[in-house]
Design a protein around this ligand. Structure first.
Ligand SMILES: NC(=O)c1ccc[n+]([C@@H]2O[C@H](COP(=O)([O-])OP(=O)(O)OC[C@H]3O[C@@H](n4cnc5c(N)ncnc54)[C@H](O)[C@@H]3O)[C@@H](O)[C@H]2O)c1
Length: 372
């Protein structure tokens, strides 16, 4: 029997959860290991049209009803951000594993509730971070772990995208309450997640945030310096003000550098460059430069891995503590920018406004401002 998949929220991003990567005629699961059986959207017409377009048997306007009737094995959550945690928890309680769009939740408190639901139900909630699933990311991970060209010393992670007034005209965007942050939480989160995963445990962050040129409540730019347990340092920039849109990520090792400049989301093999010092021998250089497979950074690649995980009961990559790494970092970045102080890992605990919401005091100040 194929695993039963369902998707909640059939807006813009949902198509990427169900669409095969390259050839639309190709099946998402050619070996029949899973199939989408239902979709949900509060806008009935959207749900109906989506189900029809992708040949999915049933559509609903209520997530609880869908969960009770369909009993899916995996639920993809693609609603606006503020609903993610509650949807993920109810799906796990109904017996499903979850692949939830980023940002996974709105606070460390919600993250703890998700972790609690994972422990209670025995089901896993995996955050969509498709950048970790391409072959280039897996290659880099091996290169770093095996120290092929020495230790990783310095990292750069820049998400410099462009989002204009039309983008912010969508009602849930631009506010702390519903978008949960600006480009730090919404856009740079992808590159930062893969970057923090590659660089290893972070220990402290110093940051600045500003709303320079968009009429929104959240930041439109953030910049951070981060220190890692290994002693390495990293530099992070997130902005939605940059007409030359790019995602630039770079890793500098003792004897070589690897970097990519992708157009937004496509940090795939062909975008990566690998250079070594001349003194590096040919065999080592070849290992450093040769990416074995050619899987792109897509939702579908992540979903296929999740299906394989569920079939053998293996914990998915971006769940549990791996989901915490990035959300805790972003929370610390916002806190550092607000307080002007460095923020250390594991220092944000219950009682801290930044534990209650990722935007912490920024979000509280915005709420006060809008009610006065
Ligand atoms: N991973 C990525 O690369 C990527 C890219 C873009 C957006 N996203 C994320 O995907 C999520 C959705 O973004 P989007 O651009 O598709 O938004 P969207 O507004 O186009 O779609 C959201 C959909 O959810 C539906 N919805 C709202 N409340 C619901 C409920 N209670 N039950 C069922 N459906 C409900 C809406 O009607 C809408 O159709 C956001 O969290 C966003 O940050 C991820």
């Amino acid at each position: 029997m194929p695993l039963r998949l369902a998707i909640i929220g059939t807006g813009f991003i949902a198509q990427y959860h169900v669409r095969p990567d390259a050839d639309p005629a190709q099946s998402l699961f050619p070996d029949g290991e899973a199939e989408f059986v239902a979709v949900v959207d509060v806008v009935e017409e959207r749900a109906r049209a989506f189900a029809e377009k992708y040949g999915i048997a049933r559509y609903y306007t209520d997530a609880d009803e869908m969960l009770a009737r369909e009993k899916p094995d995996i639920v993809n959550v693609a609603t606006p951000p503020a609903l993610h945690a509650s949807m993920a928890i109810k799906a796990m309680e109904a017996g499903a594993w979850v692949m939830c769009e980023k940002p996974l939740c709105s606070s460390l408190r919600e993250l703890d509730a998700i972790a609690d639901a994972e422990a209670r139900t025995g089901n896993w909630c995996s955050s969509v971070f498709q950048f970790r699933f391409g072959s280039a990311a897996r290659h880099l991970r091996r290169i770093i772990q095996d120290q092929v060209v020495g230790k990783l010393l310095v990292g750069t992670c820049h998400t410099t995208w462009f989002r204009d007034a039309e983008y912010y005209a969508v009602d849930w965007r631009g506010t702390w309450a519903s978008e949960l942050g600006g480009p730090t939480m919404g856009h740079g989160i992808h590159a930062m997640d893969s970057f923090l995963w590659q660089m290893g445990d972070w220990t402290e962050v110093r940051a600045m945030c500003a709303t320079i040129d968009r009429g929104v409540e959240v930041e439109d730019t953030s910049s951070a310096t981060v220190r890692f347990a290994s002693g390495a340092m990293g530099n992070i920039l997130n902005s939605v003000l940059c007409p030359h849109q790019s995602t630039y990520v770079r890793y500098d090792f003792q004897r070589g550098s690897a970097w990519t400049e992708g157009a937004l989301y496509d940090l795939n093999n062909e975008r990566w460059r690998f250079e070594t010092l001349e003194s590096v021998d040919d065999k080592t250089r070849e290992r450093f430069q040769t990416i074995v497979d050619d899987l792109p950074c897509t939702h579908v690649v992540q979903l296929r891995e999740l299906v394989a995980d569920r079939l053998i009961g293996r914990q998915p990559l971006v769940s549990g503590p791996e989901a915490r790494r990035t959300l805790e970092f972003i929370t610390a970045l916002y806190k550092s920018a607000y307080t002007g102080e460095k923020v250390e890992r594991a220092s944000i605990v219950p009682g801290d406004p930044f534990y209650e919401s990722v935007g912490g005091s920024w979000a509280e100040a915005a709420k006060k401002g809008s009610s006065s």
